[in-house]
Design a protein around this ligand. Structure first.
Ligand code: FAD
Length: 317
């Protein structure tokens, strides 16, 4: 079922959903299942599976944390199919512009359709570590909006080189990314919102946001998006702080602000366990307020680990 159909069916009740990361290349999928199992109790209607062009390790360089590439991470579509089958849940593969030509994207989308995957999260992807700016792959898209157009065309039977009056047309529900604190490359929040509107006008059915730690930023973003005529569901994506290093890492990588109160609470912690507790409590507070405000789903970035998300879900859903 489509994400938008799940939202409609919930009839105003806020859903619980989450995102997972494929295991590192060569690692057993069982670890992933062990992390998904405890979250199934909260009945997620869909699970997102990310795509990484590069795997990173974080190394310290000149006092700052620097990302260092190790290798590419395969598995997104295969894991979507495996989880869909194992848990009878809808899955949403993240499909990137970067690293793929339009032809390769078409193959991937056809595979998804044959596997019964009905939702696609259409993203541009980040610049590679060795690049200053994002560079499209040979024959690939430059912006997520162009990928949305390709998927919309496919839904109409328009393939890259031919129009097929197929009796088994794909009908993907398309998600796109939104940024309550603006995308790091965008000159302003307003210009970023205009780009988001272009994605919606090109066929995106819903928006999932970048993580944020201050709900007022999300509420302001939803209002600004509505004022601009963006009328698709906007799903907040959030994540609990899990380690002290997140205080540097999250603003550095995602160009987001952390509230002063949260920073002070985390700085006071004497162990990782205490940091995790502060992170979970903050996320519970955020989640409860979002549910109260009637958001369609609270979407959690699990980063492959379920124990803290489980604690949050137990308190909220
Ligand atoms: P776009 O919508 O293309 O926007 C990118 C930038 O270009 C923005 O600054 C926008 O304002 C600008 N822009 C857009 N169109 C134009 C235009 N025509 N002319 C000039 N400027 C333009 N990354 C991964 O690698 N894998 C993942 O699985 C993944 N999942 C994500 C899930 C969510 C919910 C979110 C919020 C992000 C995710 N990302 C992921 C990160 C994402 O790939 C990066 O943030 C990326 O830098 C931008 O992707 P986008 O789809 O928002 O790009």
């Amino acid at each position: 079922m489509k994400v938008t159909e799940h939202i409609k069916k919930a009839n105003g009740k806020t859903l619980f959903s989450f995102e997972i990361i494929p295991p590192k290349k060569g690692k057993n999928i069982q670890e992933l299942y062990d992390n998904i199992d405890p979250l199934m109790e909260f009945k997620p209607p869909f699970i997102d599976v990310t795509t990484s062009r590069e795997e990173y390790v974080y190394v310290e360089k000149d006092g700052l944390l620097d990302r260092k590439i190790t290798r590419m991470r395969p598995g997104t579509v295969g894991i979507c199919a495996a989880i869909k089958h194992k848990y009878n849940v809808d899955t949403v593969p993240h499909v990137l512009c970067g690293g793929f030509s339009k032809e390769e994207t078409e193959y991937l989308l056809v595979d998804c359709h044959y596997l019964g995957i009905e939702n696609i999260m259409a993203l541009r992807g980040d610049a590679m570590s060795h690049q200053k700016y994002f560079e499209p792959s040979n024959g690939g898209h430059s912006y997520a909006c162009d990928l949305v157009k390709q998927i919309t065309n496919l839904n109409k039977g328009k393939y890259l080189h031919e129009v097929i009056e197929a009796d088994d047309k794909a009908d993907f529900c398309i998600g796109v990314a939104g940024y309550p604190e603006k995308h790091l490359e965008a000159p302003s929040l307003q210009s970023d919102l205009k780009r988001l509107k272009e994605k919606v006008d090109s066929g995106a059915d819903y928006v999932v946001t970048q993580m944020f730690f201050d709900n007022s930023k999300f509420f302001a973003f939803v209002k600004a998006a509505k004022d601009m005529g963006i009328d698709v569901p906007i799903i907040p994506g959030i994540k609990p702080i899990a380690i002290k290093r997140h205080l540097q890492l999250l603003p550095q990588v995602f160009k987001i602000d952390l509230p002063e109160e949260l920073i002070l609470e985390v700085e006071k912690c004497k162990s990782n366990a205490e940091v995790r507790q502060v992170g979970v409590e903050w996320c519970i507070k955020q989640s409860k307020e979002l549910v109260e405000a009637g958001v369609p789903t609270v979407h959690y970035y699990s980063m492959g680990k379920s124990s803290n998300i489980q604690k949050i879900a137990e308190a909220v859903f």
